[in-house]
Design a protein around this ligand. Structure first.
Ligand code: NAD
Length: 288
């Protein structure tokens, strides 16, 4: 049976450290790091995630401002807001909650965030820096994944890492972070052939596709480390919410073969917002 990589516990430990750090910064500089979040529309998961970010920020004494915009907001207004926040010396981090409404150009909007305040690490400039091996900020979900991998204390050099999913926020950046640790990396996607065989070759398997229980137990190599990034809502009439969350991996089968595995919920998810706060503190310290 695999050891469970407990993201909830780890995130609480890191949060405590960040709280101490913010207290120290406030004593020294008489002001707190300040995170600004822009959210357009009312996509329910985005509201949940933004609330979590705000709650955790306040918990550690960080300032947090949410700019709520309507679903129909014009792109120019979003960009104008970003430009204003870029110039505002009181703001240390700026993020745009994704996904954006369909009529908005995500890349154009993200790329207006000044690199010094790009605490999600998603601008083209920062992704380029990540590929070169020297990111200004490490994108939050991939940074959380690396924290979980570190818990296994294994030597990563030479390990075979297979990533399923090639998004800009998870798949691509985690590929480069694992490459930096000298893994041999394979990046798979929806058009990859023999996906099961690719997965079964992985010492470290990262799955971020958004398909419930897509990766079967038979795809997992014995003693592998399995990081399940997927968050999928599955209808559940017995739950008060009407759904429960599952990952992209068939956990019950995979836990019998892997050496380490992340649960869903309680694995990668809790770390993402904590890494955002960590990056915002870093920005405060770097650019004060
Ligand atoms: P995405 O939704 O932007 O893209 C999905 C990726 O999966 C694509 O690269 C696609 O090629 C690949 N894919 C889709 N179907 C596939 C298939 N049948 N076989 C192989 N590859 C396939 O990806 P995303 O934004 O990285 O999100 C992926 C999942 O991770 C979602 O469930 C999302 O909710 C979750 N997520 C979780 C966190 C977190 O904090 N835990 C953060 C980001 C995303």
């Amino acid at each position: 049976m695999a050891k469970i990589l407990d993201g909830k516990k780890l995130s609480e430990e890191i949060l405590l450290k960040l709280k101490r750090e913010v207290t120290g910064l406030k004593e020294k500089y008489k002001k707190a790091p300040h995170l600004a979040v822009i959210m357009a529309g009312t996509y329910p998961p985005s509201i949940v995630y933004v609330n979590i970010k705000g709650k955790k920020a306040k918990e550690i004494g960080m300032d947090f401002t949410l700019f709520k915009m309507p679903e129909t907001v014009e792109e120019q207004l979003v960009i104008k807001t970003i430009n204003k926040l870029n110039r505002d010396k009181k703001i240390n981090g700026i993020i745009v909650q994704l996904p954006l409404p369909k009529h908005l150009n995500e890349r154009r909007i993200l790329d207006h965030i000044a690199i010094e305040k790009d605490v999600d690490g998603l601008t083209t400039e920062n992704i380029g820096a990540l590929v070169s091996g020297y990111p200004y900020y490490i994108p939050c979900t991939p940074q959380g994944i690396m924290e979980l991998v570190k818990l296994t204390k294994q030597k990563l050099e030479g390990k075979r890492a297979v990533i399923i999913g090639r998004s800009n926020i998870v798949g691509k950046p985690i590929a480069f972070l694992l490459l930096k640790e000298h893994c041999t990396v394979t990046l798979c996607h929806s058009r990859t052939r023999d996906l099961d065989r690719e997965a079964a070759s992985a010492d470290i398997l990262v799955v971020a596709i958004g398909r419930p229980h897509f990766v079967k137990g038979s795809w997992v190599k014995k003693a592998a480390t399995v990081i399940d990034v997927g968050i999928n809502r599955v209808e559940d009439k017995t739950s008060p919410k009407g759904y429960h969350l599952v990952g992209d991996v068939d956990f019950k089968a995979a836990v019998k073969k892997a050496a380490y595995i992340t649960p869903v919920p309680g694995g990668v998810g809790p770390l993402t917002s904590i890494m955002l706060l960590k990056n915002t503190i870093e920005s405060f310290k770097k650019n004060y």
